[in-house]
Design a protein around this ligand. Structure first.
Ligand SMILES: Cc1cc2nc3c(=O)[nH]c(=O)nc-3n(C[C@H](O)[C@H](O)[C@H](O)COP(=O)(O)O)c2cc1C
Length: 217
């Protein structure tokens, strides 16, 4: 692949929230997941699990669970403080009902050797506690899973599919885990609706690289 083609692929990917009714072949989704698992990940533990969902009944059941959680949140008096932003949040959490397919991503806990050592030491040593807090910010399992998801979105885009990385539905993770029969010890971190795009919007822009970069010479 020419570098220009890679740049084009990266810059034309965008979150897709509307799809054609056309079904997505299971084999394509399996291939995308297989390639995504080549992403770098902490200790090569590969503590991710992908649920490929092609059943409209299951996607509907998940959408119902997310809608119920959003409705519950909307009924709380505290929501008034957030005005219309909650309505936007609600919309951005539930739009996936019409998706012909989805990939839910679960992750299991992963503790590196350093994490395990610091966990033992922190009880008697405040310095170890501080070091563990810093390591917690850099949570390895979330970084690893995110690397896989970022690969996955790019691969799906190359396949002509459109998807959105979603954490909006995660307040309903308990219900979604029940629907997908997620195994004990595993937790859902992301939900990704997928399909053939039905979307005319242009990709969103990015901040200039100078604004987000410092070169330390
Ligand atoms: C961790 C994460 C969570 C996200 N959650 C949602 C979500 O719940 N709903 C949604 O519509 N988009 C969600 N997005 C998509 C972002 O809004 C989108 O990536 C961003 O606006 C940039 O647009 P682009 O993906 O089209 O380049 C999420 C993205 C990430 C990386």
């Amino acid at each position: 692949m020419e570098f220009k083609e890679l740049e084009e692929l990266i810059k034309t990917r965008k979150s897709i929230r509307r799809w054609q009714e056309k079904p997505v072949p299971e084999s394509l989704l399996l291939k995308a997941v297989e390639l995504a698992t080549w992403a770098p990940n902490g200790g090569n533990v590969q503590n991710w699990h992908f649920y490929i969902i092609t059943s409209p009944k299951t996607i509907n059941a998940i959408a119902d669970a997310v809608q119920a959680s959003v409705d519950l949140m909307a009924s709380w008096p505290e929501v008034e403080e957030f005005g219309d932003t909650f309505k936007n949040y609600s919309r951005f959490s539930t739009f996936f009902r019409s998706a012909p397919a989805a990939i839910a991503v679960a992750s299991s806990r992963y503790q590196s050797l350093a994490d395990r050592l610091l966990e033992k030491r922190e009880k008697v040593d405040p310095k170890a506690r501080e070091m563990r807090d810093w390591r917690n910010v850099a949570d390895s399992r979330i970084q690893s899973t995110s690397a896989g998801i970022a690969y996955l979105l790019l691969i799906l885009h190359q396949m002509g599919l459109g998807a959105t990385w979603m954490t909006g539905p995660m307040q309903a993770a308990g219900a979604i885990q029940n629907i997908l029969k997620v195994k004990p010890g595993w937790e859902l971190v992301t939900f990704i609706p997928v399909g053939y795009p039905n979307d005319q919007e242009r990709p969103r822009s990015r901040k200039p690289v100078e604004e987000v970069t410092e070169v330390i010479r």
